[in-house]
Design a binder for this molecule. Structure first.
Ligand SMILES: [Ca+2]
Length: 493
């Protein structure tokens, strides 16, 4: 298997040499830090009063904060979106299925594969989660080394029970103590940066942290130090990690040729943890979405709108706040632009280049940009401009299988809508005041956008015309919920 991997790498490198990259483009280094279940407000610079994040606050002060930035409601789909620049619903999965956590088809193009074409050296350090949602029963050929990453250090999936640690394809530690993860990831990231500089290669470093997804754990240096319990300790350790990475970049005089992006994969857990869904576990195990309604596993703003910081001294104006709509899917085309490499022309990419926003040129923003709130295979809401329309839906849609009843959010947010409900997100970020009756033309516009998305990307009851299926031998799913992966049996406690 290793031989195959190195042979593949060699072929890719040969391809790189021959591949046309626009000659006038400096290929900057790109670092993408992706935390897990961190809420919109869980950073000092996004309003946290109890969690100290001096390094991230400094990053935002020297760079740009995005306040209307969207991920996806849950881990796996969010990773699929950030890696491919596409709605997870659109993507091909192995066997033409639609899993709760996508099993990304190897014919999909990841952002790492894109950057390899511009001769980047690439690393994934952290949680992958795109080769099945399992620590042990994952598909080896869909792990990072086969999806565009020259180097992988991390774990196949979430840390709900245990974390097995891999270096490339080698299992180096079964059931790694979780308190060590953030530090080990950071050590590896610093080493990779130094190694890339020695090799005189531009690098793409993707750091999908395991934390602050439960089970939470912090190293001795941070444990018990925050005012916000273990959750605060964990975030403060991630902040320290960012500090070490930025220090490394500065020490190596790379700050003028490096871009750093920091964001989260979805909103915070609000009810901790899954075995204590009545909220009896201490509140310090969950994060905060601040002024936004609800949290993870929902299409309320708190479930999908996440903090985002972009840093590139001399290129991103310092201290600016961008309130324009942008998403994790925009990284794919934006990184392509930064690296001077054309996007694949044989498929739809949902994200769009946001270089102009990063330059502070907000007047060039696409004011008609739309975000579709998919919860797994179900289109639940649409945003266009300041308006968000929740589409009519039952309280517990049966087609969502085991996710039909949301055990993770407050009962007052676990509701359905007999009729569409319209919110003005600038005036009403907490989604409390339905303005549908006063704005029938806005409702009609957003309903038309939703219909266009259903036709293009699909919905729980229909296959979108531009959904991708790469396994012709398998039937195209028409009832997507039947293909949801079944949950692994829970171990006795
Ligand atoms: Ca997550």
């Amino acid at each position: 298997m290793k031989t195959t991997f190195y042979a593949t790498t060699l072929l890719i490198c040969l391809f790189c040499v021959l591949s046309p990259v626009r000659g006038d483009t400096e290929r900057p280094n790109i670092i993408l830090i992706f935390t897990d279940d961190q809420g919109y407000e869980d950073l000092g610079c996004f309003g946290s009063k109890s969690i100290k994040t001096p390094h991230l606050d400094q990053l935002a002060g020297e760079g740009m904060k995005f306040t209307h930035f969207y991920a996806q409601p849950i881990c796996g789909p969010s990773r699929a979106a950030i890696m491919t620049g596409c709605y997870p619903m659109r993507l091909a999965e192995q066997g033409n299925k639609k899993n709760v956590h996508p099993v990304l088809h190897d014919s999909e193009v990841t952002v790492a594969e894109l950057l390899q074409k511009a001769d980047y050296t690439t690393a994934c350090i952290g949680k992958w989660d795109l080769a099945t949602h399992s620590q042990t029963a994952f598909v080896p050929e869909l792990m990072p080394n086969y999806q565009g990453f020259d180097f992988f250090f991390g774990t196949p999936s979430s840390n709900d029970q245990i974390v097995n640690l891999y270096r490339n394809e080698e299992l180096i530690q079964k059931s790694e103590p979780m308190a060590t993860l953030t530090k080990k990831y950071t050590d590896e990231a610093v080493h990779f940066i130094k190694q890339s500089v020695e090799a005189e290669r531009p690098f793409f470093l993707y750091i999908p942290h395991t934390m602050p997804h439960t089970k939470l754990a912090a190293s001795e240096e941070y444990l018990g130090k925050s005012k916000r319990g273990i959750y605060g300790d964990v975030i403060e350790e991630i902040d320290g990690s960012v500090g070490r990475i930025v220090d490394t970049v500065k020490q190596l005089n790379l700050e003028k040729e490096t871009w750093i992006f920091y964001t989260s994969d979805n909103g915070p857990w609000l009810v901790k943890n899954k075995d204590f869904a009545d909220g009896s576990l201490p509140g310090d195990h969950g994060g905060s979405a601040g002024p936004l309604r609800s949290g993870k596993v929902s299409t309320w703003e708190g479930g999908v709108r996440v903090p985002m910081i972009a840093w590139a001294p001399g290129r991103i104006p310092a201290g600016k706040v961008c309130d324009r709509l942008a998403t994790t899917m925009d990284f794919f085309p934006t990184f392509g632009k930064l690296a001077g490499i054309d996007l694949p022309d044989d498929r739809v990419i949902d994200g769009s280049d946001i270089s102009h926003l990063l330059q502070g040129d907000f007047d060039k923003a696409d004011n008609n940009k739309t975000y579709y709130y998919y919860f797994l295979s179900h289109l639940q809401a649409v945003r266009n401009g300041p308006w968000k329309l929740h589409l009519a839906r039952p309280q517990h849609p049966e087609w969502l299988g085991r996710h039909s009843k949301n055990r993770h959010i407050h009962a007052s947010d676990d509701i359905g809508f007999p009729e569409p409900v319209l919110y003005h997100l600038l005036q009403d970020p907490g989604e409390t005041n339905d303005m549908a009756a006063e704005n029938p033309e806005v409702v009609q516009k957003l309903l038309a956008l939703a219909e266009a998305a259903r036709e293009d990307i699909g919905d729980h009851d229909r296959v979108g015309k531009n959904m991708r299926f790469f396994d012709p031998a398998s039937p195209r799913p028409t009832e997507l919920h039947t293909n949801f992966a079944r949950p692994a049996p829970r171990k006795a406690r």
